[in-house]
Design a protein around this ligand. Structure first.
Ligand SMILES: COc1nc(N)nc2c1ncn2[C@H]1C[C@H](O)[C@@H](COP(=O)(O)OP(=O)(O)OP(=O)(O)O)O1
Length: 166
C-alpha cells in the first residue's frame, strides 16, 4: 500500500477527535483521520487534505505536530504493508462534520474506545497522549487484526521526509 498519514485533532480541553470509518480499510473502527499519499504531495500536505476531506476541518501544514512514524505490516498480506506518518493538530478552523468516509466524535482521553480501534492503538496512542514521540513497527497475524509483534521506540524528534512523494 502507498504510505499514509494519520492525524488526530486535539481541542482546548485535551479531547481527541476520532472518526468511525464508514467504508474501506478499517471499516467500523474508530481512528484518526488520514489516507494514502498522492503523487506530488508531501506527508504534511496529505494529512491536511485528508483531514479536510474526512471532517471539513481546515488547517495549515505548519500547524501539524509530527508525533510518530509507524510501519504497519500484515504477515499474510504484504500488499497492505505501509508506513504511516502520525500527526497531532491543535490549531484548525471549522466544526467537524460527518462525511461519506467518517463519522466524527470528540473523546476525553479517559474514554477513548480502544476496544473498537485497531488493536495496536492501545499500545502506542497512550504514549503519544503522554507527550512522547515514537517510531516503530507493528506486525499483524494473518487475520489482519491480531497483533503478532510490536516494537515501539520513543524518540526525541520525528525525522520527517519533507520531499514530495513520487
Ligand atoms: C493496521 O493498523 C493501523 N492502525 C491505525 N490506527 N491506523 C491505521 C492502521 N493501518 C492503517 N491505518 C490508517 C492509515 C490511514 O489513515 C488509513 C488508511 O487509509 P485509507 O485506505 O482510508 O486511505 P484513503 O486514501 O482515504 O482511501 P480511499 O482510496 O478508499 O479513498 O488507516
Amino acid at each position: 500500500m502507498r504510505p499514509t498519514t494519520l492525524c488526530f485533532p486535539v481541542d482546548t480541553r485535551g479531547c481527541l477527535l476520532l472518526g468511525k470509518k464508514k467504508r474501506g480499510f478499517g471499516v467500523s473502527k474508530w481512528n484518526g483521520f488520514g489516507g494514502k499519499i498522492e503523487i506530488g504531495e508531501t506527508f504534511r500536505q496529505c494529512a491536511i487534505r485528508e483531514l479536510d476531506e474526512e471532517t471539513g476541518i481546515v488547517a495549515l501544514v505548519d500547524d501539524l505536530e509530527a508525533v510518530g512514524i509507524l510501519d504497519f505490516r500484515f504477515s499474510a498480506n504484504p500488499n497492505l504493508d505501509h508506513i504511516s506518518y502520525i500527526y497531532f493538530i491543535r490549531n484548525y478552523k471549522g466544526i467537524p462534520k460527518e462525511t461519506e468516509e467518517m463519522k466524527p466524535c470528540w473523546f476525553p482521553v479517559q474514554t477513548i474506545p480502544y476496544d473498537e480501534m485497531w488493536k495496536g492503538d492501545r499500545v502506542w496512542l497512550p504514549l503519544l497522549l503522554n507527550g512522547h514521540k515514537i517510531v516503530g513497527t507493528i506486525c499483524f497475524e494473518p487475520d489482519n487484526e491480531t497483533v503478532q509483534s510490536i516494537d515501539i521506540n520513543k524518540v526525541p524528534v520525528i525525522e520527517e521526509k519533507k520531499c514530495k512523494y513520487v
